[in-house]
Write a protein that binds this ligand. Structure first.
Ligand code: TRP
Ligand code: ZN
Length: 878
């Protein structure tokens, strides 16, 4: 029996544990229908909490208790209390050993939390609170223990047995079973525990650390994927080197392992010395992975590796501090990616995610500060806010204290908290101490949810040559937070003269200044100007805020041409496009014929023709704001009008610049071997963007381009882009589309990762991805309803990537999603909860849609025995 109604827990109620667990000795006996887990815990009273010996309560979920021993003597059932999710034992000594034997059923575990099976292999996922599904434990991150793990299994089926640390012993038993013992010399919380057992192959390499220690690097996969690990291995070595060079952090064990598994709820997991990855975040070959996947793999390998310091050596005191490790680690991986590839484009891509998806989260019913004050289910807080906004908060600290002090601060933080569980406050204090900069007001970023709005007005006095820039800030109310205190917002600005040159802003001739906005309103004065400049505001997206400034459309065109800051140059284009598309949406709603503002179409022509512009930035600038981004910025969302208006603008751009698009398409053709390098990636991206525009035109020869590209593609990037162009074109016959889809299926049906895209391409297609089509796809033999990747491809592609079909009709799409959520909640609540997100944004839609979305949510809410995951999101959303 579960608790009747899940309850919230609060940061303010944090208490240190009554007991520490110094050592954890685990034995796993793995069988085909169950596993026996023997846990021997070396416990010690936390004397900060008293000298007495209160009862010890451990948590456990879905466990069958077999036996309990204290200091070697077995307890009878009247000597302990077995709760539905707990085990309480009496304590008489300050130090004692507790042995608990439990039986679990990994084969029946569909939640992909705890110990489970994926394609016949045993694997674990313990973050955040999955270890309690393995054995009774103090499953909280401030309890750090030294783990020893013995794994016993059938040798034939599971030749490879892995856990954290170093393998210290192995042997054989009669009857074909074998065992391996792993010992992790570093203390760690239970969420970093991992175990893998399977028939796996490995690729091996090594890395010599800055102090000359040799580390064995191993990546494990099923044998048919063994040739797709090179890129992940290369990424790992680059990450290890980068963390030494940029943060002075050296790897600490003699071995570092990565295991790829097909069934995984998230991207990857940083278990100590034994990272477990979603296959889609490891496996790559030119023939199967796109440029985007290559870059994603590099970033995620780095992210998990960087956690070894920011997360594992220094961990979180409690889950409210999640952003301590995630925000910082995302910042670290973002800087790594920027160093490895194009810095400007990385910044644009990250800002785009913030502005479309994180701002939407901040404006929705689940809005929370990067350090939440309460939660019902922690899994619901692995969010864009904790990760991406958390990263932006760390970045702002770096901007405020400067790079040099930031590094001093991180050194101090790592040194002071090595081997300990820390808080966000500890991190900020270390930065403050190392830099001498007061971050008191800055701390509001940790407590207040919502996206601040920065409103900029300016004036120029010709006579005095004085330019005044007034910046006001405000922050909308969020659930539980009606009013907010002013933030400390670093706003980077430059002033452009009428030739587009940035003016010097001080004696040193610097052309960019960071304005520290701390008051509700403040004014900055710039002297000695001869004309009114055009401000370039929030350069490099210096803070996660919305900027309001009354740019005329000519100003935006001007910034698109001249701003030396790539992010702002891109943002100017996005603002202009958004305004123009909004005109059309308005027109449709008022039944008024509206022409497309030619300034946008012309500006895109200028971008296309700009020879100086970095190709990677050019590619970004040629993308119209996504439907999701337009929805995020709308007062009230009219999805069908957004889709139609956006697509009208695309066609207009294609029509006006057909020749230039075609010329670029032809000249950018790359010959030779595929390389996933920034320069080549930029060319392919730009070329495929051109293709996307060209197929908007009703012209057989252009339609043929896409088909030919599919047929002649020598890498997955070009193949996938061509497929997308064909599928999404209104001028392609169903026969052509089907023949390409069948061809893809034939080639890739045995590759689960590649097949994810086959589903996604269809579910997200405005023409193909109808409900009827989705219903047939979910019965397809390559579909797997136990695979989160497949569910994300089919359902996520439809509900988040296919605005037109999801919102068409009279709410059938919402009911379809609700049916799935109800089913999935029993199987995998984490995935169910994530996939439900689009419905939770119902309040922003036009009234008829709003009502239908609400009804679907109400139906979910009425289902008995909802998981805590769904319960929390559904009750907060309604
Ligand atoms: N700590 C992981 C990361 O950010 C996230 C993660 C992996 C996770 N698997 C999970 C979080 C399952 C919650 C549940 O790298
Ligand atoms: Zn992480």
């Amino acid at each position: 029996m579960k608790d009747a109604q899940p309850r919230a827990i609060y940061l303010k109620d944090y208490q240190a544990p009554d007991y520490w667990i110094d050592t954890t000795d685990l034995t796993f006996d793995l069988f085909e229908d169950h596993a026996l887990v023997t846990s021997v815990l070396g416990l010690r009273r936390n004397e900060d909490r008293g000298q007495d010996t209160p009862d010890l309560t451990l948590v456990g979920i879905d466990l069958e208790l077999v036996s309990v021993f204290i200091d070697g003597s077995e307890l009878t059932s009247d000597q302990y209390i077995l709760g539905s999710e707990s085990l309480t034992v009496p304590v008489t000594r300050l130090s004692f050993s507790l042995t608990v034997v439990t039986r679990i059923r990994p084969q029946e575990n569909t939640s992909l939390e705890g110990l489970y099976k994926s394609n016949g292999m045993f694997c674990t996922q313990c973050e955040a609170e999955g270890f309690r599904k393995i054995t009774y434990y103090l499953d909280r991150p401030d309890v750090m223990s030294k783990f020893t793990t013995k794994v016993i299994a059938d040798r034939g089926r599971y030749p490879v047995l892995l856990s954290n640390g170093n393998d210290i012993a192995r042997g054989e038993f009669e009857g074909g079973r074998h065992w391996v013992t792993w010992k992790d010399p570093f203390k760690k919380p239970s969420y970093l525990f991992a175990l893998v057992g399977g028939d796996l192959e490995m690729v091996e390499d090594s890395f010599t650390t800055m102090n000359g220690r040799e580390v064995a690097l191993r990546i494990f996969t099923e044998s048919h994927n063994i040739d797709k690990c090179d890129h992940a291995m290369l990424s790992l070595k680059k990450s290890m080197k980068w963390d030494e060079e940029v943060y002075g952090r050296e790897y600490d064990l003699d071995i570092f392992m990565i295991v790829a598994v097909d069934h995984f709820n998230m991207g990857a997991m940083e278990n100590k010395g034994l990272n477990i990855f979603n296959s889609s975040c490891v496996l790559a070959s030119p023939d199967t992975a796109t440029d985007a996947s290559y870059q994603r793999i590099e970033a995620i390998v780095a992210h998990e590796y960087f956690h070894n310091w920011s997360g594992n050596r220094v961990t979180c005191r409690d889950w409210f501090q999640l952003s301590l490790k995630e925000g910082f680690t995302v910042f670290r991986d973002a800087e790594f990616s920027a160093d490895m590839n194009s810095r400007g484009v990385k910044r644009i891509a990250d800002a785009a995610i913030m502005k479309t998806a994180q701002f939407a989260e901040d404006a929705g019913p689940m809005a929370h500060p990067i350090r939440p004050q309460s939660f019902i289910e922690i899994s619901n807080f692995y969010t864009l806010t904790v990760y991406e906004k958390g990263c932006e908060v760390v970045r702002m600290i770096q901007t405020i204290v400067g790079e040099h002090h930031f590094r001093k601060g991180s050194d101090l933080y790592f040194e002071r908290f090595d081997g300990k569980a820390a808080t966000c406050e500890d991190f900020v204090k270390a930065m403050e101490e190392a830099s001498g900069v007061d971050l008191s007001q800055f701390r509001h970023w940790y407590n207040q949810a919502g996206t601040p709005v920065v409103t900029v007005t300016d004036s120029f006095d010709q006579a005095s040559g004085r330019y005044l820039l007034t910046i006001a800030q405000s922050c909308p109310a969020t659930p539980g937070q009606e009013t907010k205190l002013p933030f400390h917002i670093p706003v980077a600005v430059a002033l452009l003269d009428k030739d587009g040159k940035a003016l010097p802003l001080n004696e040193a001739g610097e052309t960019e200044r960071v304005l520290h906005v701390t008051a509700a309103e403040d004014t900055w004065t710039f002297e000695g100007l001869t004309e009114k400049p055009l401000p370039s505001i929030l350069r490099n997206f210096s803070a996660p805020v919305r900027v309001k400034y009354d740019y005329r459309r000519e100003d935006l065109v001007f910034l698109m041409k001249y701003d030396s800051d790539s992010y702002n140059r891109w943002d100017a284009g996005q603002r202009l496009a958004t305004a123009v598309i909004e005109d059309l949406v308005d027109g449709q709603l008022k039944d008024k014929e509206t022409a497309i503002d030619s300034r946008l179409v012309d500006a895109f022509g200028v971008v296309l023709a700009d020879e100086e512009l970095d190709k990677a930035v050019k590619a970004e600038m040629l993308k119209l704001p996504s439907e999701a981004s337009l929805a995020e910025q709308a007062e009230e969302i009219h999805p069908l009008q957004i889709c139609e208006s956006r697509s009208r603008v695309r066609k207009a751009i294609a029509e006006a610049h057909k020749d230039k698009l075609l010329e670029l398409y032809q000249t950018l053709h790359l010959k030779g071997e595929y390389r996933p390098q920034a320069g080549d990636i930029a060319k392919r991206t730009l070329r495929n963007i051109c293709l996307g525009y060209l197929v908007e035109l009703e012209d057989d020869s252009l339609q043929q381009l896409a088909e030919d590209q599919y047929k002649n593609a020598s890498n997955m990037t070009d193949l996938r882009a061509a497929m997308g162009a064909v599928i999404n074109s209104s001028f392609q016959s169903r026969e052509t589309i089907d023949s390409l889809l069948n061809d893809y299926l034939d080639r890739y049906k045995d590759d689960a990762v590649v097949m994810d895209s086959w589903f996604m391409l269809q579910s997200s297609s405005p023409s193909l991805g109808t409900l009827e089509h989705l219903r047939s796809l979910q019965e397809h033999e390559s579909f797997d309803r136990t695979s989160p990747n497949k569910l994300r491809a089919l359902l996520g592609g439809f509900t988040s990537g296919n605005m037109k079909q999801f919102h068409s009709g009279t709410g059938e799409g919402y009911e379809f999603l609700a049916d799935w959520i109800i089913t999935l909640d029993k199987q995998n609540p984490q995935i169910a909860s994530r996939l439900m997100t689009p419905l939770t944004r119902w309040k922003k839609y036009q009234p008829a849609i709003r009502e239908r979305m609400r009804k679907a949510l109400e139906r979910i809410k009425a289902v008995p025995d909802l998981s805590a995951d769904i319960y929390e999101v559904v009750t907060k959303s309604l």
